[in-house]
Design a protein around this ligand. Structure first.
Ligand code: PHE
Length: 340
């Protein structure tokens, strides 16, 4: 009997408990009705009479000790749980795992607009469904000009005078009709052309066009404005080059290249080993256009430019296929989250 008591006492002293389940095991083993302490009480009746006071005392001490150990362990487990709860910071903001982001075309469009905003160009907007006058006639397109052809333009079937705008120059016509110079505006927007969809062309795309009309506006102003834009968009070391071109609404007209931002002008497969990338069309507003819009061409002059947002985005992010911008594949779009 004494040995059993000693043995249980030793077990009590060495006990280690980590979980509520272990605590319950401990309770069943020592303190329950079928536990070992109860067993000792039951066997107590067989103890020799003269030993009873001593053994009885030992069993009682053991029982109290076991109850104390149990209470203490129970307390400790509870405070651990409470402590664990405390380590959860309830004021922490929720983590959004599926947060949306701006589309890369919106990111680049905003970047272009911001650059021109900084030098005083204000945004103007106009309708996507336009009449022939604003898309072509006011812009000095001769009646038989190929750009009016069904190949390039989506006309409204019932009324060939109405078309989806092929460029946002139509917005600038509207601005000039309703305002007198000085005019300094950019028109970002969606345009439509009847073209086969490929890696380099789409029937819907986005443009940002710019217009500046005032007294004594010169080609030098155009060049400086575009140089500033190129450096802001593609980096401080960017160079520009203007090549003669033709647009019905500008004279002289030019196309602008920027030095290749990938090879720094040394030549690579993106710039087709020329060191230059074409990014926009520009020129001095043809006096006929000013006159068509009610502006005195003897007093005022102006410059205009226009660029494709997809083209700029392709060059900036080295995207090889324009169609990726329209497919909205999440794996593609995810790469631009946080780009603004
Ligand atoms: N409107 C022309 C286009 O859509 C771009 C352009 C704008 C060219 C202004 C010269 C001046 O291609």
């Amino acid at each position: 009997m004494k040995n059993r008591i000693e043995d249980l006492k030793k077990q009590l002293e060495e006990i280690s408990i980590e979980s509520a389940e272990q605590l319950e095991e401990f309770r069943l083993k020592f303190l329950s009705k079928k536990g070992q302490l109860q067993g000792l009480f039951e066997d107590f009746k067989n103890v020799a009479k003269e030993d009873k006071p001593l053994v009885g005392n030992l069993i009682n001490l053991l029982k109290n000790q076991a109850q104390e150990v149990y209470n203490e362990l129970k307390d400790r487990l509870q405070t651990q749980e409470v402590g664990h709860e405390k380590s959860i910071d309830l004021s922490r903001p929720v983590e959004f795992s599926h947060q949306g982001a701006r589309h890369p075309i919106s990111v680049v469009r905003k970047e272009i607009v911001d650059i021109f905003n900084r030098i005083g160009f204000v945004i103007s907007e106009g309708p996507e469904v336009e009449d022939d006058f604003h898309v072509f006639t006011a812009l000095n397109f001769p009646q038989e000009h190929p750009a009016r052809d069904m190949q390039d333009t989506f006309f409204i079937e019932k009324n060939p005078d109405i078309a989806l705008r092929t460029h946002t120059s139509s917005v600038q016509v509207r601005v000039m009709e309703s305002q007198q110079p000085p005019i300094r505006t950019i028109s970002p927007g969606r345009v439509f052309r009847n073209e086969a969809i490929s890696a380099r062309a789409h029937c819907i795309f986005h443009q940002v066009e710019g217009l500046y009309v005032d007294k004594n506006v010169s080609f030098a102003d155009l060049k400086q404005t575009l140089l500033y834009f190129a450096k802001e968009m593609f980096g401080e070391d960017t160079k520009i080059r203007l090549r003669p071109s033709y647009f019905p609404f500008t004279e002289p007209s030019a196309e602008m290249d920027v030095s290749c931002n990938i090879c720094g002008g040394k030549g690579c497969n993106v710039c087709k080993y020329s060191g230059w990338l074409e990014i926009l069309g520009c020129g001095m507003v043809d006096p006929n256009v000013l006159t068509n819009c009610g502006i005195d061409a003897t007093e005022y002059s102006g410059f205009a430019f226009g660029m494709g947002v997809e083209r700029i985005a392709m060059l900036k992010y080295q995207v090889k296929d324009l169609r990726l911008f329209f497919e909205n594949d999440k794996r593609f779009l995810d790469q631009f989250s946080g780009a603004y």
